[in-house]
Design a binder for this molecule. Structure first.
Ligand SMILES: [Zn+2]
Length: 421
């Protein structure tokens, strides 16, 4: 099977396009692009032009997702979704999310005039990071039918609701049910930067994601007694911050003792917060992640018990609240195998890995076979302007994408799925 040459030129173009899109920003000098903000319209416009050149039909659905359909060789051919998200965090880099959409377009371009036994829908998700409304995955939730009334009522810091944001953009929230997955959808594929140091440490450009970890997020409050830092002897104190610190170290030790468990106390807030006052209250966050929901839940419970034990021993009270319980999502084994083979065909050693970050693919996986391909993140850096990709890795990703499409087109298993769709 002939893999298009000039992939190096296409890879450089992918990088140039990511930077062009990064210039569509709410904050001059950096990149911030949130759900249905004015720069998102410019971003849609730019990608629409690329897709129109390919003869793809582009629409913006009622949840603000860009959807470009590149038809298959038969009019009634089912579709494969390929994409990622177009929104960013504040002070973002140029690649998180974006490179997955730009790569999807570049793979279609590299097909030349070839059509496949299935159509390809390029999808640019409108909201994955959760920056504007504090809730992630609005675009993919709409796709699986979970953008409900309660979510539509959520407001941003200016008091604008999701519903109003959709209307302000010129879209119709009543059409959200039409933004669901088409019944002929075969699978969802997403290219994304790794956002971590693993592929770099292995010297490999590409990885295949087997599962996306589940997450538990909690908020804990240790309450003791604020008092004078000079006149209160050590044995008569009820220091909430010291308790929180002891527990933070316990969290680290617990995570170190369980393979692949990660647990983080990322925020501490002490009150009243003066140098000469013993902290009467300490609020701390907890984030626990593991690919096994069982391991994660047990770890979160154990950490809660440790917090209680520390509070009790120090004469403090403790309150805890669970903010998020998100189960892990398995990627589909057939697609994972196919991606592994495609990576190997590019001459690289495929690394099977677990994604420690959440992605739209974990929402899509509820309804449709899903899989992800990671590109090495130089320095493991993401969510900041220094985020980068290597041109040679993008070239490998393009080649992997083309080989994967050919494999799927020729796979009896995938053909069976196409007949059923
Ligand atoms: Zn992302």
């Amino acid at each position: 099977m002939p893999i298009a040459r000039n992939l190096k030129i296409r890879a450089d173009e992918v990088i140039a396009r990511c930077h062009r899109l990064a210039a569509f920003t709410e904050t001059p000098g950096g990149t911030l692009r949130t759900f249905l903000s004015p720069p998102m319209r410019d971003c849609h416009h730019e990608i629409t032009q690329w897709l129109n050149t390919l003869g793809a039909e582009v629409t913006i659905d009622a949840a603000g997702k860009l959807r470009g359909f590149y038809a298959g060789e038969r009019p009634a051919a089912p579709r494969l979704l390929v994409g990622s998200h177009l929104d960013t965090v504040p002070n973002a880099g140029a690649y998180d999310g974006i490179v997955g959409v730009v790569l999807a377009v570049a793979v279609l371009e590299a097909l030349g005039d070839r059509r496949l036994p299935f159509g390809i829908e390029v999808i640019g998700f409108s909201e994955e990071e959760g920056v504007r409304f504090g809730t992630p995955f609005l675009g993919s939730r709409a796709l699986v039918g979970r953008l409900d009334e309660e979510l539509l009522k959520r407001a941003d810091t200016n008091g604008i609701s999701v519903r109003a944001a959709i209307e302000d953009f010129g879209l119709d929230p009543r059409e959200i049910p039409l933004a669901r997955l088409q019944p002929d959808t075969l699978a969802y594929l997403e290219f994304h930067i790794e956002q971590g140091p693993v592929l770099e440490s292995l010297g490999q450009p590409l990885g295949v994601v087997e599962a996306i970890v589940g997450q538990t997020r909690m908020d804990l409050r240790f309450v003791g007694r604020a008092n004078h830092a000079g006149t209160t002897p050590m044995h008569l104190r009820r220091d909430a911050l010291a308790a929180a610190a002891e527990w933070t170290v316990a969290v680290e030790r617990t995570a170190q003792s369980e393979p692949n468990l990660v647990a983080t106390v990322g925020r501490v807030e002490a009150k009243p917060g003066a140098a000469n006052v013993i902290a009467g209250e300490a609020r701390v966050s907890l984030d626990v992640r593991h690919r096994s929901d069982d391991v994660r839940r047990r770890a979160a419970e154990a950490l809660g018990r440790q917090a209680e034990e520390i509070a009790k021993r120090r004469g403090l009270s403790l309150e805890g609240r669970i903010l998020l319980e998100q189960n892990a999502a398995a990627m589909e084994p057939f697609l994972v195998d196919q991606i592994e083979e495609a990576i190997r065909e590019t001459g690289c050693e495929p690394h099977r890995m677990v994604s420690g970050a959440g992605h739209d693919a974990m929402v899509l996986a509820e309804k449709v076979p899903s899989a992800m391909i990671f590109l090495r993140s130089p320095g493991g850096i993401s969510h900041e302007p220094a985020e980068s990709v290597l041109s040679a890795d993008v070239e490998k990703a393009l080649e992997c994408g083309l080989r994967l499409l050919d494999q799927l087109a020729g796979s009896p298993e995938f053909q069976k799925r196409m007949c059923r769709a």
